[in-house]
Design a protein around this ligand. Structure first.
Ligand code: MN
Length: 290
């Protein structure tokens, strides 16, 4: 067992994406430490368990399953790196854990360019009718006017996360569900942001970011983002619209991961096809190791 773990959330529709990402972490990310998968109860995680990978089954589905990344279960590791499935790895993952350890931060994420309230309004088509609820949100969580934390990556120390954070996140979603509707653009991100906003630190050195920011025209000095313009991100978020498993036309955005000079979809399919070789099924004795 390593001190650090890479954590992925997947329901059955995302099993293949999680497998491809695990191979990416090993191959492009040079990661030889632990993985753990969160799955909604009722999903079959045997493909991971058979390979000695922990699966934590949780009583929530959809984006609420992601609230469980803050479960006390993860205290068996010193550091946790949650990552979305719709990303590609292009550099050594240890750099992220080094940053967490050297900075002393509790939680590290990448901050978006727009205020949180903009995200809420974008997904809540009826936000004009919900102004009384937004007044409550603004009063209780005034940082909703600040730039939202992107939760495609959450790098953190589980020891500093209180026992009841998952319950607090579930309760907040229950309270504000009308403005953060599941299946209609609601996301874990809005809820995690209002609860933990002030405890999160910006990732340095553009270590992880939206893919467009690592395109040649996006590698620019930006005081606003705190970037020099010569950073080398170790992983890129494609978002579901540009996901690596989407086969794109050669003229489309996010067709190539430029630093690797690889077609995103080809890298994804190659990684997926390598999973069985890279993560062989363990015998009973081996899987009892930890
Ligand atoms: Mn994503």
């Amino acid at each position: 067992m390593s001190k650090e773990v890479i954590l992925i959330v997947a329901d059955e529709n995302y099993v293949a994406h999680a497998k491809a990402l695990m191979v990416g972490c090993r191959n492009e990310g040079e990661w030889d430490g632990d993985f753990c998968i969160i799955m909604p109860e009722g999903c079959d995680g045997s493909v991971f368990v058979d390979r000695g990978v922990d699966v934590l089954y949780v009583p929530d589905t959809g984006f609420m399953a992601k609230f469980h990344i803050f479960s006390t279960y993860f205290r068996k590791w010193e550091s946790v790196f949650y990552m979305d499935c719709d990303i590609l790895i292009q550099g050594p993952i240890r750099r992220a854990f080094e940053q967490l350890n050297n900075s002393g931060a509790e939680i590290i994420c990448h901050q978006e360019d727009t205020p949180a309230i903009t995200s809420w309004y974008t997904w809540d088509k009826n936000h004009d009718d919900h102004q009384d609820i937004y007044d409550q949100l603004r009063t209780e969580f005034p940082w909703i006017e600040e730039r939202i934390w992107n939760t495609a990556w959450v790098l953190f120390k589980p020891a500093v996360i209180e026992d009841d954070i998952v319950e607090q996140l579930r309760a907040l979603q229950a309270r504000f569900a009308i403005c953060n509707p599941e299946g209609e653009g609601g996301t874990d991100q809005q809820i995690i942001d209002i609860l933990l906003h002030k405890r999160i630190t910006q990732v340095a050195d553009k270590l992880f970011c939206y893919w467009g920011m690592d395109e040649p025209q996006g590698r620019v000095m930006s005081e606003f983002r705190g970037w020099d313009g010569d950073e080398t991100p170790i992983m890129l978020h494609y978002c579901r619209w540009y996901s690596p498993w989407t086969k794109k036309d050669a003229t489309a955005d996010a067709y190539i991961i430029r630093r690797l000079k690889r077609v995103c979809y080809e890298l994804y399919t190659e990684n997926l096809a390598t999973f069985d070789l890279m993560f062989p099924i363990k015998t009973k004795d081996e899987s009892c190791e930890h």
